[in-house]
Structures are given as structure tokens and as C-alpha cells.
Design a protein around this ligand. Structure first.
Ligand code: AQP
Length: 340
């Protein structure tokens, strides 16, 4: 249950660490749009550029990717008047609260994060300190707005549990009920979109294999080709989901279809049971092109007016700071910082 003492407020972010994928769109962005349009929440969405630099980013690419991500948010349906839309580094309160949380979170907690283990791998000695501390900054992103709900994909569940632990420890250590215990919102058929080449691996922007993902900037030809070449198996689609438990690639395509069509995975099987993958992939490709091509066309149009994108990000940052500044000031007071 969400903390009812706090105004219902949604926060979520996406890293501008490369082109936006279908995984980011279905697992996160499409659901950001739904929450914006559902009403009942203030919605705050962020391009988390400070997170992106926890691994090396070429500075020019980072700028381009941040603007492209902003265009992606708007093309997907985020209205910068209804939602607050900005890039993280323009709101320094995130990093400031992040430092307080670096002093609340324990080394042991961070060391147990799966994403840290996956991304640092065997080369942890050489990974940046920022990559290790990333979840404390993510907690600050959320809590600097007293956000109560955080829509994310399945892979972020552990980081959200850590956010809750940080809020609870801060509240306990200082004897306050200052930070909400934010609720993860992990819903729908596509909470974990898998690689098109390996149904056991998450679809990811940074996967070196281009054919493993659909990018939101892909044109109709590229989308169809990638779906046609996606790994599958020779069996037809069954009539029940349990029969897909041992067929991860097939299950992934069914989930993608369901999320794009806004129906359940079982309804996809009801419509397509008995179909061979050659046939099902054609239907999926038509659906994906119909849903994604208008977004990529709109992104390309928005990218032609960089000044307008920068204006939207600047205005979003002003609105975000108006919420974050008093919350950070109160957190500093609680911790015992003298402010003259
Ligand atoms: N494959 C996915 N399926 C469902 N949701 C996904 N998300 C990411 N990949 C999938 C969700 O998208 C949001 C933003 O993710 P992020 O940019 O912060 O970083 P990430 O989770 O690490 O995504 P990537 O694409 O894998 O980026 P890189 O390759 O840079 O690490 C989150 O809500 C995430 O759950």
C-alpha cells in the first residue's frame, strides 16, 4: 500500500545511454503515458543523464541521446504541460540528496545489487564508484519529490526495494516520518522484454548485437526485418501460456504482441493458437510497425527543433526544482546542516 500521508506523485526516469528500445518503451515509457493520462497523480519524468555517465559516454553522443530521449517521451505521448519533463543534471538537488543517501546506504546493500554485479562483472576494481553508488542516487531521484509511485520494468525492482530501505533507515535514524515508502508499479505484459536473439536475456540499449533489439528510431523495414529474424522454435503457438514456460523466445514475442495490442498474453494465444512463427511474426511485424512508426516519425520531426527541446527541458527543470528545493532543505535541517 502506498503511503497515504503524501500527495500521490509519480516519478520515473530513463537513462540517455543510447537509443531508446522497445523494452524501454513497453516496460516504462508507455506506462508513464498511461499514468499521466489516468489522472490522480502528479507525474514527473526524467532523463537521468547523471546515471548514464556511471559508464563511459561520449559527450556529444550524450547530448544527442538526451535530446532524442526527450523527443521520444513527447512522441510517445508525454505532454510537457501535464507532466514535468526534464534532464536530471539541471536539477542539482538530485545529486545533493544523493550524497546524503550515500551516507545512509550501507556498502553491503550496494554490493548485493544484481545490476552492479552484472555491469561491473569480473572487472569490479575498474568500475566507476558512481556505478556502485547508482542506487543511492536513484533513491534520491525519487525521494527528492516525495514520490509515492514509481513505474519501472522488472529489472529495477531490486533498486526500488533499496529505495524503500534507504527511506526507512533515514526516517528511523533521525526519528522522523519524512520520506515516503514509495510503491513500485510493475504491471502489464511487458515488464521484461527479452532480447530478440536470446529469450533469457533482457533487451537492452547497450547490447552490442543490433539485431537483439528494436530501437524506437527504427523504420518500418528495420522493424519487420528484426522481427522476421528473431530467434524462435519450429513448434506452432499453443493454446495455453504454461506450454510457453520452456519456450522463452516464443513467450517473449507473445508478450510483445500483447503489450502492443493492449490485450493479455492469453488473448494473443486465443487469436493465434496453431499458427507457425512465420505467420505470427508477420502479424507481429504489422502491429509493431503500426504502433511504432508514428512515434519514430514524430521523434524525427521533433529532433529538427533542438532549441524547442532545450526550452522544454529547461522549463521542466524549473518546475522540478520548485518541488525539490524545499524537500532538500528540510532533509538538510533534519540531518543537522547549518544553513545561514
Ligand atoms: N527489456 C526491458 N523490458 C522492460 N522494461 C525495461 N526497461 C529497460 N529495459 C527493459 C525499463 O526501462 C526503464 C529505463 O531503463 P534505464 O534506461 O534506466 O536502464 P536499463 O534498465 O539498464 O535499460 P537498458 O536498456 O538495459 O540500458 P543500458 O543498456 O544502458 O543498461 C526502467 O524502468 C527499466 O526497468
Amino acid at each position: 500500500m502506498a503511503d497515504t500521508k503524501f500527495t500521490p506523485r509519480v516519478f520515473s526516469g530513463i537513462q540517455p545511454s543510447g537509443g531508446l528500445t522497445l523494452g524501454n518503451y513497453l516496460g516504462a515509457m508507455k506506462r508513464f503515458v498511461d499514468m499521466q493520462n489516468a489522472g490522480g497523480f502528479e507525474t514527473i519524468y526524467c532523463m537521468v543523464d547523471l546515471h548514464a555517465i556511471t559508464v563511459w559516454q561520449n559527450p556529444n553522443d550524450l547530448k544527442k541521446n538526451t535530446r532524442e530521449l526527450c523527443a521520444g517521451f513527447i512522441a510517445a505521448g508525454i505532454d510537457p504541460e501535464k507532466s514535468i519533463l526534464f534532464n536530471q543534471s539541471q536539477v542539482p538537488e538530485h545529486a545533493q540528496l544523493g550524497w546524503l543517501f550515500n551516507c545512509v546506504a550501507r556498502m553491503g546493500w550496494m554490493g548485493r545489487m544484481t545490476q552492479w554485479k552484472d555491469k561491473a562483472g569480473k572487472n569490479a576494481e575498474n568500475a566507476s564508484l558512481g556505478l556502485f553508488a547508482y542506487p543511492a542516487l536513484m533513491a534520491a531521484d525519487i525521494l527528492v519529490y516525495h514520490a509515492t509511485h514509481v513505474p519501472v520494468g522488472e529489472d529495477q525492482k531490486q533498486h526500488l526495494e533499496l529505495t524503500r530501505d534507504i527511506a526507512a533507515k533515514f526516517n528511523h535514524d533521525f526519528g522522523v516520518e519524512f520520506f515516503p515508502i514509495a510503491e513500485p508499479v510493475i504491471e502489464g505484459a511487458a515488464t521484461r522484454v527479452m532480447s530478440l536473439k536470446d529469450g533469457t536475456k533482457k533487451m537492452s540499449k547497450s547490447d552490442p548485437a543490433e539485431a537483439s533489439r528494436i530501437n524506437m528510431t527504427d523504420d518500418a523495414d528495420a522493424i519487420s526485418k528484426k522481427i522476421r529474424k528473431a530467434k524462435t522454435d519450429p513448434d506452432p503457438l499453443p493454446d495455453s501460456l504454461t506450454e510457453l514456460d520452456t519456450r522463452p523466445e516464443a513467450r517473449n514475442l507473445v508478450n510483445i504482441y500483447a503489450a502492443l495490442a493492449e490485450i493479455t498474453p492469453q488473448a494473443v494465444l486465443d487469436q493465434h493458437q496453431g499458427a507457425l512463427f512465420g505467420h505470427f511474426k508477420m502479424a507481429l511485424s504489422d502491429l509493431a510497425v503500426a504502433k511504432l512508426a508514428p512515434i519514430s516519425t514524430e521523434m524525427a520531426r521533433l529532433m529538427q527543433d533542438q532549441a524547442e527541446i532545450d526550452r522544454i527541458l529547461g522549463r521542466g527543470a524549473e518546475r522540478a526544482r520548485a518541488l525539490a528545493t524545499p524537500i532538500l532543505a528540510q532533509a538538510y535541517d533534519i540531518v543537522g546542516m547549518v544553513r545561514s
